[in-house]
Design a protein around this ligand. Structure first.
Ligand code: ATP
Ligand code: MG
Length: 390
């Protein structure tokens, strides 16, 4: 017997006022940004006050949401081309609102530094070359900063729903690990050891220890270069007071993600590799006690004439091709072949989806049809949103 998946009702999720955070995650290119934006728009049009945190949206989509400057703060999105201010004052008071922002990883990191260090120290850190490369390129920084920004938006209490897009990580798990990884990195023994000689230098009782550190430092200097090591040392001394803050905030966000007001939606293409990764992700979320809303299969194919089987349309192609040339219709042959292909693809997609459901019978599954072209404006997002209807 083929297992039947529970249907994922995204509308129910967004209409439920207890839902405060929706996280769209999944592997690269599956439609996380598009779906996060579509959910945000739909929720706003159903009366919620929403902010969408996007990561690297395609330029045309960003423009259609009014995201033309990357300034790391949420901007109001004009729905229906209406004046953005007017959204909030609908006659029956039921209208929602939409804000959107693009994550600026480096700016977010700079803001943390500015908020947690006195101005002199902050300036020292911001100017430090090691900090500059860490804040713009450390693997995991983007994931960490997305979570940091989420924490900030939640604390602001200005929106009743936050929709979060996640970075295009090579592994879909990266962003869950990022807070701890960066926290650990900044908190790490290696960094403390590197900074130790500077801190303990001159204290008589620590001579022996110092010699040990000196040796380590010597080796590291050879490997990574003296200037870089100095940068790291100054950076870490300056950041020292902030270590606690980093860890605390990482833990705050992690706890926030585990509350029942959060729903993770795992996005996947209806293909074997993508669903294998989605399975892995679903299991990881379960293990971490993260509230899973369900799986969204994006770019699902179907045919408007689903009652005509692939076999019958191919048979019709054969019949047509056996007719004398004058009676053949190239158009009909092309359409029938295309239909047969679509039907095959749809059947394959259903099979992979069933395999997922067999392994995860309790996970609700939603489907979004493949659109004929890229989704790059509000109307396109609305079409995607119709797939969320109950
Ligand atoms: N249902 C759909 N039908 C047609 N095109 C789609 C659909 N969903 C997404 N797309 C298109 O697929 C492309 C990738 O989508 P998107 O940028 O949302 O993916 P992503 O998961 O955010 O990617 P990344 O991991 O790179 O951030 C975009 O051009 C988008 O317009
Ligand atoms: Mg994206």
């Amino acid at each position: 017997m083929t297992p039947k998946a529970n249907r994922l009702a995204v509308d129910q999720l967004i209409d439920d006022r207890r839902t405060r955070i929706i996280v769209c995650c999944g592997s690269g290119g599956v439609g996380k940004t598009t779906i996060a934006a579509a959910i945000g728009l739909r929720a706003a049009e159903r009366g919620r006050h929403v902010v969408v945190l996007t990561v690297d949206p395609a330029r045309r989509l960003a423009q259609s949401m009014g995201l033309t400057v990357l300034d790391n703060t949420p901007r109001p999105v004009s729905l229906n081309g209406k004046d953005t201010e007017a959204q909030d004052v609908d006659d029956d008071g039921a209208a929602g609102s939409l804000h959107a922002m693009m994550l600026d990883m480096k700016r977010t990191f700079d803001e943390i530094v500015e908020a947690h260090a006195d101005p002199d120290r902050a300036a020292q850190i911001l100017a430090n070359p090691f900090y500059q490369s860490l804040s713009s390129s450390f693997a995991g920084t983007q994931e960490y900063m997305a979570m940091e920004k989420l924490g900030q938006l939640r604390r602001a209490e200005e929106w009743d729903l936050i929709v979060v897009d996640t970075p295009p990580s090579r592994s879909a798990l990266d962003f869950l690990d990022a807070p701890q990884r960066l926290g650990r990195f900044l908190d790490g023994r290696l960094l403390r050891m590197l900074v130790a000689p500077a801190r303990f230098g001159g204290k008589a009782g620590l001579k022996v220890l110092n010699a040990g550190f000196g040796m380590v430092t010597g080796v590291v200097t050879k490997v990574i270069g003296g200037q870089l090591l100095k940068d790291v040392q100054t950076f870490v001394s300056a950041m020292d007071t902030m270590f606690g803050g980093f860890r605390e905030r990482a833990e705050y966000t992690y706890r926030l993600l585990r509350t029942p007001g959060t729903a993770f939606l795992v996005i996947a293409a209806p293909e074997p590799d993508a669903l294998r990764e989605a399975s892995y992700f679903v299991e990881r979320l379960e293990r971490d006690g993260m509230p899973l809303g369900g799986l969204i299969l994006n770019r699902v194919h179907s045919s408007p004439a689903a009652r005509l089987s692939a076999a019958r349309s191919l048979a019709a192609v054969e019949t047509l091709q056996s007719l004398p040339d004058s009676e053949q219709s190239t158009l009909a042959v092309t359409a029938l072949k295309l239909h047969a292909e679509r039907m095959h693809q749809a059947a394959t997609e259903r099979r992979v989806a069933q395999r997922f459901t067999a392994a995860h019978p309790l996970v609700p599954v939603g489907k979004i049809p493949a659109q004929p072209e890229d989704v790059h404006d509000l109307d396109g997002l609305r079409v995607i949103g119709t797939a969320f209807a109950d």
